[in-house]
Design a protein around this ligand. Structure first.
Ligand code: PMP
Length: 397
């Protein structure tokens, strides 16, 4: 038995999908021209499969801030904050996120994945129970495995199911950790946070909301779903990433109390990995400023989301539950999905192909995502491509 033998089925399936044309498992962007335009091979494409919700990857001020940091502080920190010390930018960024979210404690991590490992994996040990939405991101599951917590999954977005499972826990519910996401990245739907907060008020527990896809996107000030629903005071920890609306790489956790600070000395994924590079920190600080001072970005994003959702719904496509910056389109079997995804590239539109088991309920979907940087003309071009491809999706031509 070789080390790689256990992957032979996976390898065979991947080969099967690589027979002809671009592969959805390792697409090479041969050029990226802007937040919304790129090239795959010889084909120019509109980028409609990113998490670049506010379109800030090419923001002139963020680029200038990053260039300045590169010139002054160099390309990398070459070590962890615990061993090598924090740069001024790390602590400034933590203070700025804390001020933006009005929270006493913020820890910055090297990615959002690592933030989940570092917070959940440290807080939820073998004696703790974690109640998590079935559709939670892999990093949340991995974090529970790392910490060794008992995992109880509740049905996706089903607060009643959460309540039933909390009740079964009896006294243990008081110390349980409930984990949900702001916007779920596959279907673009949002957690029923008001109902969940109500359960927490009655039965106890701690609430962690991963706002990876909703930070900068939802709420009057862009603070996420918790802000949009007016329940920030009931959320114990907000998790976020720098890789979506903040347009770089990294992650953060924001605590409702400064008790979280102790994790700087206990969280292995915080201690034993290199800290974010100065240029990354500088561009994130600039992007955070943009979120705080340019609400028109969010307005444009939601206009684009509504426009795309309505356009595809009018064409008869089967979509997610409501308009959001993530617009999933159900396209039948894996094979149909792959054909459809490739045909979209031929039409000049790049989206994400998502296959089961990565999708909820075993559906195959092409996941479109919109950006504030898409022009109305680009949204129209995306809709036109879906119009042309209706027969491929089994809709009348
Ligand atoms: N949490 C959620 C809900 C996510 O969707 C993602 C990434 N897609 C992450 C965490 C990980 O974030 P990062 O890319 O910064 O590692």
């Amino acid at each position: 038995m070789g080390l790689y033998d256990k992957f032979s089925r996976l390898a065979a399936e991947r080969t099967h999908f690589q027979d002809a044309g671009p592969s959805p498992f390792g697409t090479r962007m041969d050029a990226v021209y802007s937040p919304t335009e790129g090239r795959i091979g010889d084909q120019d494409v509109i980028l409609a499969g990113t998490n670049n919700y506010l379109g800030l990857t090419f923001d002139a001020q963020a680029i200038e801030a990053a260039q300045q940091a590169l010139a002054v502080e160099g390309t990398g920190t070459t070590g962890s904050r615990m061993a090598n010390g924090s740069y001024g930018g790390h602590t400034a960024l933590e203070s700025e996120i804390a001020a933006f979210l009005d929270r006493p404690s913020v820890m910055v991590f090297s990615t959002g994945y690592v933030a989940n490992l570092g917070i959940i994996g440290s807080l939820a040990g073998p004696r703790e129970v974690v109640l998590l939405d079935t559709d939670c991101h892999a990093s949340i599951y991995d974090a529970c495995t790392l910490g060794g917590a008992q995992i109880i999954r509740f049905h996706h977005n089903d607060a009643k199911d959460l309540e039933r499972r909390m009740l079964r826990l009896g006294e243990r519910a008081k110390d349980a950790l409930i984990i949900v996401e702001g916007i779920y990245s596959m279907l673009g739907d949002t957690a029923p946070l008001k109902e969940i907060v109500d359960i927490k008020r009655r039965l106890g527990g701690y609430l962690l909301v991963d706002e990876a896809h909703s930070f900068g996107v939802m709420g009057p000030n862009g603070r996420g779903l918790s802000e949009a629903l007016g329940v920030e005071a009931d959320v114990d920890i907000i998790l976020g990433t720098f890789s979506k609306s903040l347009a770089a790489i990294g992650g953060f956790a924001a605590g409702r109390s400064s008790d979280m600070e102790v994790l700087r000395y206990a969280s292995r994924p915080y201690i034993f990995t290199a800290s974010p590079s100065p240029s990354v920190v500088a561009s994130v600080r600039s992007a955070l400023q943009a979120i705080a001072t340019r609400p028109e970005l969010r307005e444009r994003l939601w206009n684009n989301a509504d426009r795309l959702y309505d356009g595809l719904a009018r064409l008869g496509y089967s979509l997610g539950p409501h308009a959001s910056p993530v617009v999933p389109v159900m396209v039948g079997t894996k094979e149909q999905g792959l054909r459809f995804w490739r045909a979209l590239i031929d039409q000049g539109v790049y989206v994400n192909l998502v296959l089961p088991p990565a999708t909820p309920a075993g559906v195959t979907l092409v996941r479109c995502s919109v950006s504030a940087a898409h022009t109305p003309e680009q949204i129209e071009q995306i809709i036109q491509a879906f119009l042309v491809l209706r027969p491929l999706a089994g809709l009348a031509g």
